[in-house]
Every structure is written in structure tokens, then in C-alpha cells.
Design a protein around this ligand. Structure first.
Ligand SMILES: [Fe+2]
Ligand SMILES: [Fe+2]
Length: 180
């Protein structure tokens, strides 16, 4: 993939960092690394922003860091309550981690992009057009990889396995959307 020079200039500091490079080894969805997934989301969001005259710098940084959570989520074996599962908490975690490693790059728009990319799972509405675009690109690229409905719970961070039986979790999710 040949990336636009402007895009690379916006995200150089992130790509050069050891911490972000570690994401090449973090399995995200269906054998795709967090690094590969984040690059896809960031670059497609950047291209869209460029075409539609949105903020290209913020969308590149926010897109690249939207899944900058601490550890490979599938390796987390600790039992947690339903609403503490990866799908619900990783956007906030990604933002906290981004603030820790790249405080100089953060601003309100980037915060919004990262913390609300899981909308509607995280129920607060994205405030900026750039946030909506990253959220949509994230879903587009995730579902290109997670083709079968049986593995969709992986996008939500509710299941690590490719199994069809996730009835209980889907039921809870249904009630979640009904009440919120
Ligand atoms: Fe995510
Ligand atoms: Fe993502």
C-alpha cells in the first residue's frame, strides 16, 4: 500500500513509536493485527476527509489511535461483568493510552473520534463529522474481515471465538439498546 505523504507526515510520530509498533503483534479480528486494522481505518478516513474538506490531520491521528487499547484483548482471560467487556471499555482505554503516549497530539476532536468510535455501543453521539467517519470506516473494515454473522460479536468485543451460540450475550445487548 502506497500512502499519501501528507498522511504519513501527520502520523509519523505514532508510526515511529515502539508502543504503536507493538500493535503489529496484537491480533485484532480474524488474524488481522491491530496495526493493520488501524492503518486501514486511518487511511480510508483520511482519504474521505481530504475529498470532503474535513480535518485531515485530526482524522488521521484519531483513526490511527482509535483502537490503541493496552493489551491484546483476546489474551484477557479475567472474567468481567458484561458492561466491562472489551467492546464497551476499549474506546476510553484507547484514549487514556493515547494521552499517555502522545499527549502533544491530543485535542477535543481527536478525543471525540477515539472515545466515540464504538457508537452506538458507547451511547454518546459523536460530535464531529470526523468522528462519524472513523466510526463508519471502523465498521466497514471490521465487517470486511468478520463476514459471517456468527463472528460479529468479535467486533463488539463480546466474544473471542468463532461460534454461533452467543444467545445470552445477544439477549443482554438487545435489552441494552432497548433501554438506552
Ligand atoms: Fe474499536
Ligand atoms: Fe477498530
Amino acid at each position: 500500500m502506497q500512502y499519501d505523504k501528507e498522511f504519513l507526515s501527520f502520523v509519523k510520530e505514532i508510526l515511529d513509536s515502539k508502543e504503536f509498533q507493538k500493535r503489529k503483534k496484537y491480533d485484532h479480528h480474524e488474524n488481522e493485527s491491530v496495526y493493520e486494522h488501524s492503518m486501514k481505518v486511518a487511511y480510508s478516513s483520511y482519504l474521505y476527509a481530504k475529498k470532503h474538506k474535513l480535518n485531515t490531520k485530526d482524522i488521521s491521528i484519531g483513526g490511527l489511535l482509535h483502537d490503541f487499547y493496552y493489551k491484546p484483548w483476546k489474551e484477557n482471560t479475567k472474567k468481567v461483568p458484561f458492561f466491562k467487556k472489551h467492546g464497551f471499555v476499549h474506546a476510553k482505554e484507547a484514549y487514556d493510552n493515547a494521552c499517555k503516549h502522545f499527549p502533544n497530539l491530543m485535542n477535543d476532536r481527536i478525543k471525540d473520534i477515539i472515545t466515540k468510535h464504538m457508537f452506538p455501543l458507547n451511547i454518546k453521539f459523536p460530535k464531529y463529522r470526523e468522528s462519524w467517519i472513523v466510526s463508519l470506516m471502523d465498521k466497514k473494515h471490521s465487517f470486511e474481515v468478520l463476514k459471517h454473522p456468527s463472528v460479529w460479536p468479535q467486533y463488539l468485543g463480546l466474544s473471542k471465538k468463532n461460534k454461533k451460540k452467543e444467545d445470552k450475550q445477544w439477549l443482554i445487548l438487545k435489552y441494552y439498546f432497548y433501554y438506552f
